[in-house]
Design a protein around this ligand. Structure first.
Ligand code: G4P
Length: 538
């Protein structure tokens, strides 16, 4: 996309999507092929390098590796058919699902990769839930058709059930495994013939029109007839393609292929351009003199604004700088621009601003709505922060989930208290863990959604802040952020449960639970108190 064209044109030419899947379904392979086909990378295998570290165990090296690698490759930008496509990876390990949820707030659509033998697996199911909550349009890619897998009708059925929305097949497989003959493109009514090999380019595949049925039958035998039959059944059972329904998260287009063989991938890349939505308007919500002021911000308006959806510490423990990943919501970023952090009203002075071109970070020249830019900062930026060119805007919607696991932090060397506090504050800001300070005093509490988060934090406190800590179990099993209709109601509640009150890193008040019944009982006793399992950054 040529620079200098109008903001509206730039926005129309942008696609930002997250790629989601259960580990091993083929996400890395597909990502690599998309980059390869768009020309963003030259050599297959460069994304794969991170593969080894993906199934993070509690091995420190692995975690460190994953962290470092994810800085480099969690956001990738490519150019294809005059479009700027931003691809956001989502962490594979379930213990980091909070990160994944936040990434999903920064995209306009999602590409779901499914292993055709395994169907919709556990991790995918969780991700689907988030997409559904946000009505994120989902494109489905059924991978590994070159293996002995399930019947396509069966897979569609399962996707429909799990997604709770109809599937509309865009391509249809002829055979599978050893007899995988290729895919029929339902729109062009032509069959692309499968050939194994990872070096192939899309133009290398042979295409035969369905009108040549005789030739196809002679070549693919009963597989071809069976495919036509099941294709008829599938299209008969699914609704007609409805672009608006897809954009509203009520229909998913389905593609079949084999990532490792570069097969069926171009169709997905084309779908991202032709079907996936460009950036949409966002609502800014502010409280001014106790009044809620809402404003819909158009992605192509001049005001620059964006949201920090991820904060990542640099790998080098000696440098405390961090990268704040900002999804641009409106306007244009250009180097040297003055930026303001809405929460503090302070000017943000990044040491550098980068964009993410597949494997490299580059100084950003300009960025528009939908793009992701990274600010290198030394602090002052938190997850969920709204950044603007000075305009007064506030986006919400970045979720924090009530932790389900708690530990108390005990410092081994009390002389390192300052370092511990600094470390916890920064790790809390990054969203690596949630930190709660009990109102009644006592040890700091760490709250997590996944066990591995504790291990990472303990390790990083030592490695980066020289604070050696012991983590001990505690009686808490959950937390709810609380608000009340009136300050008096809140006061009565906090006075009743003084030992259960805590403030988190963003100074939000929370009620700590010791059993699953706690909230219900407290709610019955105090109907005017609101218990929130999810906090959106405000
Ligand atoms: P992930 O990121 O979702 O975890 O999956 P990844 O792409 O790493 O793929 C997981 C495994 O599945 C890899 O094999 C990969 O080669 C294989 N794979 C991906 N797409 C296809 C496909 O279309 N057909 C077949 N048959 N296999 C596919 P691996 O043995 O774990 O790694 P490798 O030794 O092949 O690199």
């Amino acid at each position: 996309m040529a620079s200098g064209s109008s903001y509206a044109q730039q926005v129309r030419a942008r696609r930002s999507f997250a790629i989601i899947s259960h580990p091993d379904a083929g996400k890395t392979t597909l990502t690599e092929k998309l980059l390869l086909f768009s020309g963003a990378i030259q050599i297959a295998g460069s994304v794969k390098a991170r593969k080894a570290s993906r199934h993070a165990t509690s091995d420190w090296m692995e975690i460190e590796k994953q962290r470092g690698i994810s800085v480099a490759s969690s956001v990738m930008q490519m150019l294809y058919r005059d479009h700027v496509i931003n691809l956001l990876d989502t962490p594979g390990h379930k213990d980091f699902s909070e990160d994944t949820y936040r990434v999903l707030t920064a995209v306009d659509s999602a590409l779901m990769v499914i292993d055709a033998a395994n169907g919709v697996e556990a991790q995918t199911r969780r991700l689907i839930e988030v997409c559904r909550q946000r009505d994120t349009p989902i494109i489905t890619f059924v991978n590994k058709m070159d293996r002995e897998v399930r019947e396509p009708l069966d897979i569609l059925d399962e996707v429909e059930r799990e997604l709770g929305m109809p599937c509309v097949p865009m391509t249809w497989p002829v055979g599978q495994g050893k007899s995988f003959g290729g895919i029929i493109n339902l729109r062009t009514r032509a069959m692309t013939v499968f050939e194994a090999g990872s070096e192939r380019r899309p133009q290398d595949f042979e295409t035969i029109a369905l009108t040549e049925a005789g030739a196809l039958r002679a070549r693919f035998g009963s597989e071809f007839d069976a495919a036509l039959e099941s294709m008829e059944l599938a299209t008969g059972a699914s609704p007609a393609w409805d672009h608006e329904a897809f954009l509203a998260g009520r229909q998913t287009p389905v593609f079949f292929g084999s990532g490792v063989n570069n097969f069926g991938v171009m169709e997905v890349l084309d779908a991202l351009v032709d079907l996936a939505p460009p950036p949409r308007p966002r609502v800014s919500t502010m409280t001014v003199n106790r009044q809620t002021v809402e404003r819909t911000v158009q992605p192509d308006e001049e005001t620059f604004s964006g949201v920090v959806f991820k904060v990542q510490a640099n790998m080098d423990a000696n440098h405390r700088d961090r990268i704040a990943f900002v999804r641009v919501a409106s306007g244009r970023y250009a180097p040297g621009m003055k930026l303001k952090v809405q929460r503090t009203g302070k000017e943000l002075r990044p040491t550098s601003v980068v964009t993410f071109m597949s494997q490299r970070r580059e100084a950003v020249e300009e960025a528009y709505a939908g793009d992701i830019i990274g600010f290198t900062t030394h602090g002052g930026v938190q997850l969920g922060d709204t950044i603007t060119d000075g305009a007064t805007l506030q986006y919400t919607g970045l979720p924090f989930f009530a932790p389900e696991l708690f530990m108390t932090v005990v410092l081994k060397n009390p002389l390192r208290t300052k370092q511990l506090q600094q470390g916890l504050a920064q790790l809390g800001e990054e969203g690596a863990i949630q930190v709660f300070k009990p109102d009644a005093g006592g040890a700091m509490l760490l709250g997590a959604v996944g066990q591995l988060q504790f291990e990472v934090v303990q390790h990083r406190l030592k490695a980066e802040y020289d604070a050696d800590v012991r983590l001990e179990g505690c009686q808490y099993t959950g937390a709810r952020w609380i608000t009340a209709d009136t300050p008096q109601d809140l006061r009565t509640f906090t006075d009743t449960y003084p030992l259960r009150m805590a403030h988190d890193a963003a100074n939000a008040l929370a009620y700590l639970c010791t059993s699953p019944y706690d909230v219900r009982l407290a709610q019955e006793r105090f109907p005017k108190i609101h218990f929130h399992p999810l906090r959106e950054h405000a």
